[in-house]
Design a protein around this ligand. Structure first.
Ligand code: ADP
Ligand code: MG
Length: 698
């Protein structure tokens, strides 16, 4: 039997394959490009292309594709076969360096948010040699960046790579100041924990809302939900276990380090976490993981729901972005070190993150803003929409000591060793946990918890990397010119703590009183919806930072602003239209039919014996007909609210209308329908109930 070690990465053109198939010269040159970002010459590209093709064909591949991540949030691919005619009437399999390096998909059907109109319709894809090519089905997939001919990024990978470069550049300046001259590169790493729901295909097919929008738009509460806390970490059911087993196998073949799996809080909810890796690769892997999750589910007669809030009343799904920065020499810059000097360096990086998160709270909120995620953030399950940082007791005490120039005393061990100047020495404390914080320090990494389950992790990491690069730049500018490095360092750390301690909160983030304190006393931002958040992408301070770090151009920022709002508006309109159709063509008729049955039963009883009271029937008919009237009325109002949006060209105005009139009308329509569901005979109700769906997988 083949073991995991035999087939792990078998569908990946990874280092092992490259070493065995490329000449030493070609391999070294490619490796230099991968590790140091040097340019690749066409001779090397040709040699790599031939090896890639031979390897792919030997694995049964017939096609290749430039695999990219347009702004739709999912991945895109256009397949070309390797075949070329040979003079004898047959074919040969061909693939050139040129085809490997560059592709020219028609860009015009991908969202470009004005970039297309302003610049050019055509776009091109460019090979990203830092992420390995892989085989999916019969196709060799080559990870690529996607740009317009004017050089503007039309995808999520390009700015992510730029943000990693910005972080590398600034972090290198800092580590050099601490004497780490052997460091050549600093990279950020991510381990994204992915939540999802699994339901049966049978249930899914019967729900137009799930099919069209990925979430239920109607549905009365199930008698049993998550209140018993019996699902979290519970025994995995055989059908789910079989699914997870096949999913792991598929992911492992693709070189994805799927590691942890367990049941989550809500019924039918689960989680998968891989071992962390370089941000760029973690992003590619997470996109592939989401795709494979859905494919494998289909093979098992299941559907994997990646929507942030498939069911009201039980937890939604998020994605925890565990993030750290490390040197190529193996130092995790977010890990407290052994010596006071290492600790001083750690403290500076920690401060850089604190400053970044405080200065760019809005960008972090923006990076996770979608219509789906708005249902989670601030809804007493996911972190609130207010961004804050959890540090834990130990670090908090360290920070306080520095700020107040007091000696540092650990709560656990009395340990006070003066470090660089007077920065304290302390040890890592891994035990402290806070599950309600949007941005929690967990010993040697930060866990950004606001991402929605369907979000590409690219967006959050672009903002995180850029904002931290900006803090580091400010520090490096000051420290490089400092006459007395240690005094300056101490001063700067102290100043950061003073200026930014308002973002640090170690209490319960779900508490109503925290939101009050955060917004009223501390002046932290609270952008509750996508419509509130996205316009701030264009705030001068944000544009200045992102452009000066070389992560986005002005035009790219504007295009992203447009596209994100457009996505928000479009997805809610699809939901509204789906609701109207369901309400008018299935729900109202079902309630009405049941009502008629009850009414006729009352009539029959009365005709039989005029003295029978028929209280049950009369009361029910009264309630049901009032509810059908409300459903009919609310569906009409919702239609009107949607129609009103069309008349407006300005995307932000459309988004505000979604927030202020469409979404509230959807809630009203749902409330009437959900009440009707609780009164209507199950025989008549056109859809599987929450109970049916959430407990469908046995
Ligand atoms: P928990 O649910 O307790 O937060 P998990 O084990 O489910 O923990 O997920 C933790 C994630 O953090 C994993 O993907 C893991 O690989 C990742 N991780 C661990 N260390 C680091 C690090 N230094 N940098 C980035 N991610 C990390
Ligand atoms: Mg976990």
């Amino acid at each position: 039997m083949k073991t995991v070690t035999d087939y792990f990465g078998s569908k990946v053109f990874d280092d092992r394959v490259m070493k065995s198939m490329l000449s030493a010269e070609v391999y070294n040159s490619l490796k230099k490009t991968i590790d140091e970002g040097t340019e690749l010459n066409i001779g090397v590209a040709n040699a790599v292309a031939i090896a890639m093709k031979d390897w792919a064909v030997s694995q049964g591949a017939t096609h290749f594709t430039h695999w990219f991540q347009p702004l739709t949030g999912i991945t895109a691919e256009k397949h070309d076969s390797f075949i070329a005619p040979s003079p004898d009437g047959g074919v040969i399999m061909e693939f050139s360096g040129k085809e490997l390096i560059k592709g020219e998909p028609d860009a015009s059907s991908f969202p470009s948010g004005g970039l297309r109109a302003t610049f050019e319709a055509r776009g091109y894809t460019a090979w990203d040699p830092t992420s390995y090519a892989f085989i999916k089905g019969k196709t060799l997939c080559i990870p690529t960046a996607f740009c317009s001919y004017g050089g503007h990024a039309l995808d999520k990978k390009t700015p992510l790579l730029r943000s990693m470069e910005a972080l590398n550049k600034q972090a290198l300046r800092i580590v050099k100041l601490f004497g780490n001259d052997d460091v050549k590169r600093v990279v950020s790493s991510v381990g994204p924990e992915q939540e999802y729901f699994l339901i049966t295909k049978e249930m899914y097919d019967k729900r137009p809302d799930l099919r069209f929008t990925g979430r239920t738009l109607f549905g009365a509460k199930s008698p049993k939900g998550q209140e018993m806390d019996d699902h979290y970490f519970g025994v995995i059911k055989p059908r789910v276990a079989a699914y997870m087993e096949e999913l792991n196998d598929e992911l492992w073949k693709l070189g994805i380090l799927a590691k942890t799996e367990h049941n989550e809080v809500a019924p039918a909810q689960h989680e998968l976490a891989p071992i962390y890796t370089t941000t760029n690769i973690a992003t590619d892997h997470n996109q592939i993981t989401m795709e494979i999750m859905q494919k494998v589910a289909a093979k098992h007669g299941l559907v994997c729901l990646l929507h942030e809030k498939p069911f009201a009343g039980v937890n939604g799904s998020g994605k925890h972005n565990n993030w750290s920065i490390a040197t190529d020499t193996g130092i995790n810059l977010l890990s407290p070190g052994e010596t006071p000097y290492e600790n001083a360096q750690f403290l500076l990086f920690l401060c850089a993150v604190i400053k970044a998160v405080d200065d760019y709270q809005d960008l972090l909120r923006i990076s996770v803003a979608t219509a789906g995620n708005d249902h989670r953030l601030g809804a007493n399950e996911a972190p609130p929409a207010v961004v804050s940082i959890f540090l834990g007791d130990e670090l908090n005490a360290v920070m306080e000591a520095i700020e107040k120039d007091k000696p540092y005393k650990s709560a656990k061990k009395t340990q006070m060793k003066l470090g660089v100047d007077v920065l304290p020495k302390f040890n890592r404390d891994n035990t402290d946990r806070n599950r309600t914080s949007p941005f929690a320090f967990t010993g040697n990494k930060f866990e950004f918890r606001m991402l929605g389950s369907s979000n590409s992790i690219a967006c959050a990491n672009i903002m995180l990397n850029s904002a931290v690069a900006e803090s580091l730049k400010i520090y490096a500018d000051r420290l490089e010119g400092a006459k007395d490095f240690e005094t300056k360092l101490h001063e700067m750390i102290k100043k950061t703590i003073k200026d930014h301690k308002k973002i640090i909160f170690n209490g319960n983030g779900y508490d109503e009183s925290w939101i009050k304190e955060a917004t009223e006393k501390r002046g932290l931002l609270n952008y509750r919806t996508t419509a509130d958040a996205i316009p701030h992408l264009l705030d001068k301070k944000n544009v200045d930072m992102l452009t000066s770090q070389g992560v986005f151009t002005n035009a790219e920022i504007e295009s992203r602003y447009e596209i994100t709002l457009e996505n928000y508006v479009k997805s809610v309109i699809i939901e509204a239209n789906t609701m109207v159709t369901m309400a008018k063509t299935e729900i109202a008729p079902a309630v009405e039919a049941y009502c008629a049955e009850v009414a006729s039963s009352a009539a029959v009883k009365k005709a039989l014996d005029g003295k029978l009271k028929c209280d049950y029937e009369t009361s029910l008919v009264g309630k049901l007909s009032a509810l059908t009237d409300t459903i009919y009325e609310k569906a009409g109002e919702l239609e009107k609210a949607v129609a009103a949006i069309d008349g407006n060209d300005e995307i932000s105005v459309q988004a505000y209308a979604i927030r202020d009139s469409v979404l509230p009308k959807m809630d009203e329509l749902r409330a009437a329908s959900d009440e009707a569901e609780t009164l209507t005979s199950k025989k008549y109700w056109p859809y599987p109930t929450y109970g049916d769906i959430l407990f469908s997988v046995k």
